[in-house]
Write a protein that binds this ligand. Structure first.
Ligand code: ATP
Length: 235
């Protein structure tokens, strides 16, 4: 079976700064893959290159077996690439339900069905359905941002640092939904600094260091690796 995402030896630069070099990575259908690395390692840049906000100078990005490297972001989104950027982006002045409804182009009945799916995935959102997004807690806003990016039923969700600014309990609540998201048929590429929590819910992982892949393997194996423990898990 083709990987849903197949990144082959890409190099990405910001002007003279090389942010990614010779990076290859795969996500299989239905898999959750963690992309680990410290601040500035290149995680966000990699996700932006997959959705099309950054262009690779060399190499290729394939989605479902076809190259998407030349396509603009909206075409990639239509093919089934979902993107949830860092920073809990929602419409603060819209209700939770409205935030979800406007994130999907289907007819009303289908949109309502999908809103129900999101409420099943994130029960905390159902209780707040009529609240304005700005009234939610940080964790609920992150769930809403993820819910919005799932409303188009992407084949792949690019999830950038969902734990940012959240307490450990809320981080567990948000990241803990990843297996349930996988069950809906959406594969996940999760960029996270919180390696322990990401490895606990992902199948596979890659470790980025200053723009290069320095480690990769099954999540369980990486969680036990001495190098990864030293770099990310406090020894
Ligand atoms: P963070 O968790 O802080 O977002 P990251 O692993 O996602 O870290 P990136 O944001 O992808 O890292 O940054 C990778 C490298 O590219 C860093 O050296 C960063 O300084 C640089 N960089 C990122 N954005 C820009 C930009 N707009 N212009 C110039 N350099 C940038």
């Amino acid at each position: 079976m083709n990987p849903v995402l197949d990144i082959e030896q890409i190099e990405v630069r910001y002007g003279g700064v090389t942010a990614l070099r010779d990076v290859s990575l795969q996500v299989a259908p239905g898999q959750a893959v963690a992309l680990l690395g410290a601040n500035g390692a290149g995680k966000s840049t990699l996700l932006k290159t997959v959705i099309g906000l950054m262009r690779a100078r060399t190499g290729d990005v394939r989605f479902d077996g076809r190259s998407i490297a030349g396509l603009p972001p909206q075409r990639r989104a239509r093919l089934g690439v979902g993107y949830c950027p860092e920073g809990r982006r929602t419409f603060p002045g819209l209700q939770v339900r409205e935030n979800l409804m406007v994130a999907c182009w289907e007819g009303r009945a289908e949109r309502e069905r999908r809103v129900e799916e999101m409420f099943s995935l994130f029960p905390a959102l159902r209780q707040k359905a009529d609240h304005l997004a700005w009234q939610l807690s940080g964790g609920q806003q992150q769930m809403l941002a993820i819910g919005r990016s799932l409303m188009g039923r992407p084949r792949l969700l690019l999830l950038d640092e969902p734990s940012l600014g959240l307490s450990p309990v809320l981080t567990d609540e948000v990241i803990g939904r990843i297996p349930a998201i996988k069950q809906t048929g959406t594969a996940i590429l999760l960029a996270e600094q919180n390696a322990a929590k990401a490895l606990a819910v992902c199948d596979h992982a890659y470790v980025l260091q200053t723009g290069k892949v320095v480690g990769a393997g099954p999540a369980g194996e990486l969680a036990r690796s001495a190098d990864v423990r030293k770099a990310f898990l406090g020894g």
